[in-house]
Design a protein around this ligand. Structure first.
Ligand code: NAP
Length: 282
């Protein structure tokens, strides 16, 4: 069994990005990333702080808008409109979840398609599905980069994704399909999950239930990618029962240190791409 080291791969990607940032500087361009957080959910705070510190380390122009839980939808939409028009900002990210009184869909749709570095805008999602150039959602794209760095040929392989959310499961299926994998997407209504996962060459777990994927669900030699981030007694735990699955899998991602750091690296990647596009460099 080999552990797929997301920390290492993300560090390599960020090294490459640092070179790109230097090149952009020669054209007078500094990639700008604005992150918006509403309320004070501790997990959201951790993610946002990490995104901000990564952006700063790479030499980006980094802005964080920490908004009170009581902010109105109109106030948030106004802020996004301003950032859409701000030439210093190349990427806008609104941390989810948003409070119930705010329509998340409306907010995400208001972000300029050209600055949608999270890849959640319907236009970017549509482009992704038809294989056009688009910002790809960071977590599934991070998984694809991990598989690429591991030199895994996906052609004809059976990939089973557990979870069908708009931000992980569905785009994950699209990206794997694009690379010629045969894809099965499972969800809470799926019957005989055990039988399906046992046919998988690759399992991507995006369920949100700690230690959900156990050894009996995994075929000998399968590749297991754990997208899950769950907090159990103050500890981060994935959706895969790492201890039992690691002896059956040929490769497996750990939590933490697997997909998580890749998500951030891909956000930085999308922001640099956006800055290059704006500067007419691609
Ligand atoms: P989500 O929106 O809650 O979706 C969970 C999916 O799992 C749903 O499609 C659900 O099915 C399915 N599911 C739930 N119980 C199931 C069961 N018993 N059997 C089969 N499928 C089941 O979650 P998400 O946003 O996709 O996130 C999934 C996990 O990834 C979470 O732990 C989250 O924290 C983590 N995450 C990590 C990153 C990262 O950077 N590493 C980024 C995003 C999310 P239904 O559709 O039928 O309800």
């Amino acid at each position: 069994m080999k552990i797929i080291d997301g920390k290492l791969v993300s560090a390599k990607i960020k090294e490459e990005l640092a070179v790109e940032v230097e090149k952009l500087a020669k054209h007078g361009i500094v990639p700008g990333l604005a992150v918006v957080i509403v309320g004070d959910d501790p997990a959201s705070r951790t993610y946002v702080n990490s995104k901000e510190s990564n952006a700063k380390k790479l030499g980006f122009y980094s802005v964080k808008h920490q908004l009170d839980e009581t902010v109105t939808e109109d106030e948030l939409l106004d802020l996004i409109e301003n950032m859409n028009a701000d030439p210093q900002i190349h990427g806008i990210l609104v941390q989810l979840p948003l409070p119930d009184h705010i329509d998340s869909k409306k907010v995400l749709n208001s972000i300029s398609v050209l600055k949608d570095v999270d890849g959640f805008h319907p236009e970017n999602i549509g482009k992704m599905i038809i294989g056009d150039d688009a910002f790809l959602p960071c977590t599934p794209n991070g998984v694809m980069k991990l598989l690429e760095y591991e030199n895994i040929d996906l052609r004809g392989k059976h990939a089973v994704i557990i979870g069908r959310s708009n931000i992980v499961g569905k785009p994950m299926a699209t990206l794997l399909l694009e690379k010629d994998a045969t894809v099965t997407v499972c969800h809470s209504k799926t019957q005989d999950l055990l039988k399906i996962t046992n046919c998988a060459d690759i399992i991507v777990a995006a369920v949100g239930i700690p230690n959900f994927v156990t050894a009996e669900m995994v075929k000998e030699g399968a590749i297991v990618i754990d997208v899950g981030i769950n907090r159990v007694n103050g500890k981060l735990v994935g959706d895969v029962d790492f201890e039992s699955v690691k002896d059956k899998a040929s490769r497996i991602t750990p939590v933490p240190g697997g997909v998580g750091p890749m998500t951030i690296a891909m956000l930085m990647y999308n922001t640099v791409e956006s800055a290059k596009r704006k500067g007419g460099l691609i």
